[in-house]
Design a binder for this molecule. Structure first.
Ligand code: FAD
Length: 404
């Protein structure tokens, strides 16, 4: 057993941190305030370091270290999130990394050659598109359908709250999208495929979010949108299971973003409370403050351990599928996703409170973190109760599934 990062992973972490502190952190407020996307120089700097390729094999233009993809992706997202507390760039990055990882494993050869090199080069955006107006938690009951016609799928339906709508439209790329190919079979009749955002028949709307202002969220409508059958991941009607596999990777990265943001918020508040003098002594001397920081630090350390273990489990599983069961991984990841967004929110809130009135202002980046992380608290990539259902099912058994 060894809990250390390898020397190469340590070096990578230091390199990303240096880049992020120098090039991203000074522009975080601008990304949030301008709400006009991620500056191109930042994307290019990340491309130069190979960061959009860490889950993409070399043969598709990526920089993946085989068998360590999730660990490298986790480090990348964690370090980017420390620097960009609005969560716009961390989420942009984690979506591209997480869903490329699944496409690299289950995509058709032609599709992988078309999409993955462009994502690795930072040209295209790749995201996930499952949520519908009828409910994002109940993905067995989506309404979007596709029928096969002349060797193509014709998609009709509507999705909402989809991240990266403007980015995919402007830069190119699209979303791995869930639709029904045999509606009468419930989740066993769902298929998962790459759908370019600029395909004819796709229209979009935009939502006015409270945070993550540098990354768009919107609705996508499909009216007779045709995609080649090559775009399907795995097999027709097996999409739900692939989506769940992809969610495990994506959730690890969401939690890495939360852990990175929380870590930075704790550092900011430790520094502030050391230097803020009240009643003739540093604020950090008061146990009402220091014990709360200690509690938060302890919880964050536990989260980081669970996160590293879960990322490692996924990497192991792809090397040797007898190493863990899918259920082991589902439960390990759900523990992270249940914990990370709420812990990050708590830490942001505590840090704001330690700053008094300053914490409510835009003088610190803490309020950006609170607004950004709320997206994961309300449920992006699966709400807390959905994680509780997964954990209860693994621990108690199928009797704990409320909808069976
Ligand atoms: C900023 C942002 C970005 C997003 N980006 C994407 C994206 O890129 N792609 C995408 O597909 N989706 C995206 N989403 C949507 C997100 O995945 C959904 O919001 C989430 O899955 C919850 O779905 P819902 O909003 O329809 O809530 P609902 O499914 O209606 O759930 C409402 C609440 O009830 C809880 N709940 C649901 N079922 C149960 C149950 N059985 N027992 C107890 N509680 C339950 C949920 O956890 C939630 O808190 C994004 C959302 C946000 C806010």
């Amino acid at each position: 057993m060894d809990f250390r990062l390898t020397p190469q992973q340590e070096l990578f972490k230091r390199t990303v941190r240096e880049f992020a502190e120098k090039n991203i952190a000074p522009r975080a407020r601008e990304i949030d305030q301008k709400a006009q996307g991620i500056p191109e120089e930042i994307i290019q700097g990340m491309v130069d370091l190979g960061l959009f390729g860490v889950t993409i094999p070399e043969e598709y233009g990526g920089t993946a270290n085989p068998g360590e993809e999730m660990v490298y992706a986790m480090i990348t997202v964690h370090e980017i999130a420390r620097a960009e507390l609005s969560m716009s760039l961390p989420v942009y990055t984690l979506l591209c990394l997480g869903w490329s990882y699944l496409l690299a494993r289950h995509g058709n050869e032609e599709t992988k050659r078309q999409v993955l090199p462009r994502v690795a080069k930072g040209e295209w955006f790749l995201g996930i598109c499952t949520t519908e107006p009828s409910g994002g938690s109940d993905l067995a009951n989506i309404k979007t359908t596709a029928t096969k016609k002349d060797g193509k799928y014709v998609i009709n339906g509507e999705k909402i709250f989809i991240s990266g709508v403007t980015e995919a439209k402007k830069r190119g790329g699209g979303h791995l999208t869930l639709f029904k190919t045999q509606p009468e079979l419930g989740h066993r009749g769902e298929t998962f495929a790459y759908v370019p955002l600029n395909a004819p028949g796709v229209t979009t709307t935009l939502f006015d979010d409270m945070g993550r202002m540098g990354l768009s969220t919107g609705g996508i409508a499909y009216k007779n949108v045709e995609i080649p059958t090559d775009y399907v991941l795995g097999e027709e009607n097996k999409g739900f299971y692939l989506l769940m596999e992809g969610f495990n990777a994506a959730r690890i990265l969401v939690c890495a973003a939360c852990a990175g943001g929380a870590e930075r918020a704790l550092e900011i508040t430790a520094e502030y409370t050391k230097n803020r003098n009240l009643f003739g002594t540093p604020l950090a001397k008061f146990e009402g403050i220091s014990f709360e920081i200690a509690d938060d630090w302890a919880k964050l350390e536990m989260l980081k351990n669970q996160l590293t273990k879960s990322a490692w489990m996924i990497d192991q599983w792809y090397q040797d599928q007898s190493s863990f069961t899918r259920k082991d991984i589902n439960a390990a990841v759900a523990v992270c996703k249940l914990t990370a967004p709420l812990l990050c929110l708590d830490i942001a809130k505590h840090a704001m409170m330690h700053h008094g009135g300053l914490g409510y202002s835009k003088e610190t980046p803490l309020e950006m973190l609170m607004r950004g992380v709320m997206s994961y608290v309300v449920g992006a990539e699966g709400g807390a109760n959905i994680m509780r259902i997964i954990i209860a099912r693994e621990f108690i058994g199928d009797v704990a599934i409320p909808y069976k």
